[in-house]
Design a protein around this ligand. Structure first.
Ligand SMILES: Nc1ncnc2c1ncn2[C@@H]1O[C@H](COP(=O)(O)OP(=O)(O)OP(=O)(O)O)[C@@H](O)[C@H]1O
Ligand SMILES: [Mg+2]
Length: 320
């Protein structure tokens, strides 16, 4: 499960992870649950139906499938599975029972979504092998993830016996097993780091398995504070070097010295950002979780960009 503050790159990182995990001969499934067709957009395909589709081949040679889970269709699946309500399910739909189940009782909606994912996780071929070697979920954001995952516990508690109870318990067993991990995407900015720290505490308190932290959109550190201070003491040398490089002399009345102040100002700002990022990295390090860094892609996270991030994950040792 890939969670994180809104806009930090959950969808992008989940896609990169699914690609990275698709080694030769393996098959991964990338799932989205928010009905936004983010995966289809990223992979430049038409909107995904409620059906698993092969959408890519990972850099390691394995296959990536994708699924956009629709809560309403998942409910029909579910009724079919437990109550054998084929045609009756369609009648229920007309009566608005599904609207009730998925809108009025939002907890039921989450049970259906996680239930469908767990079904894909546990599904086996006739020969007994798992159909998917890994299932990656583009999950709801940090603020909602704990409730989203723990809702099965509540449902299992509400319905004490029967198929709903058993289903909710089976789902919870998968979610809490060591095979599941909730990964958090963060940026080196104060709000996302704070949300990551809070999110990890919440997940741990709910006894949910926390995986790793993806620090997304990192930028290279070019200068630290010491280098900036050192540069300030070498203003004349800098000006001379700028002249030698043919900079600062072209404009009429322009002198290389006039470039030094704005350049140093920029260098200061950069050094301050690097220092702040250092503090935020230290805060994340206190979580004591494996951490992966993903660079800020200059062209944005388009499809080639996602492959590049998948490559970075493979170099750093893909989290399982
Ligand atoms: N490493 C990166 N480098 C450059 N751009 C990135 C990177 N990761 C994500 N982006 C861009 O940042 C934006 C947000 O990414 P994404 O949609 O994956 O975030 P999200 O957490 O899924 O957002 P939401 O909360 O809306 O679902 C997108 O425009 C995406 O292309
Ligand atoms: Mg998203």
């Amino acid at each position: 499960m890939v969670t994180g503050k809104g806009g930090t790159g959950k969808t992008t990182v989940a896609a990169a992870l699914a690609l990275a995990l698709a080694e030769e001969g393996k098959r991964t499934l990338l799932v989205e649950v928010e009905g936004r067709q983010g995966i289809a957009q990223l992979f430049e395909t038409e909107a995904l139906p409620y059906e698993e589709r092969k959408i890519a081949v990972g850099p390691g040679g394995g296959e990536v499938y994708a699924l956009a889970i629709d809560a309403e269709k998942a409910l029909l699946d579910y009724l079919q599975m437990f109550y054998k309500l084929g045609g009756a399910g369609r009648a229920l739909k007309k009566m608005g029972a599904i609207d009730f189940a998925t809108t009025i009782a939002p907890g039921v909606r989450d049970v259906l979504l996680t239930g469908k994912v767990c079904e894909a996780v546990r599904r086996r071929t006739r020969s007994g092998a798992f159909v998917y070697d890994a299932v990656v979920m583009d999950a709801p954001p940090t603020g909602r993830i704990t409730r989203f995952l723990a809702v099965n516990d509540q449902v299992a508690g509400l319905a004490r016996v029967g198929p709903i109870h058993n289903q909710a318990q089976a789902v919870m067993r998968v979610i809490k097993s060591p095979e599941t991990a909730v990964h958090l995407v963060s940026l080196l900015e104060e709000m996302p780091v704070q949300e990551t720290v809070d999110g990890v505490a919440e997940l741990r308190a709910a006894d949910l398995p926390v995986g790793c932290v993806f620090v997304n959109m990192t930028r290279p550190a070019l200068l630290d504070r010491e280098s900036v201070l050192a540069a300030e003491e070498s203003r004349t040398e800098i000006a001379k070097a700028l002249s030698r490089a043919g900079l600062g002399g072209a404009r009429r009345g322009g002198k290389a010295e006039q470039l030094v102040d704005p350049l140093l100002r920029q260098a200061h700002e950069h050094a301050e950002r690097v220092a702040l990022e250092g503090e935020l990295r230290a805060e994340l390090a206190e979580l004591d979780l494996p951490t992966y860094e993903l660079e800020l892609l200059p062209e944005g996270a388009d499809l080639p960009g996602v492959y590049r991030l998948a490559g970075e994950l493979r170099e750093q040792g893909v989290p399982k």
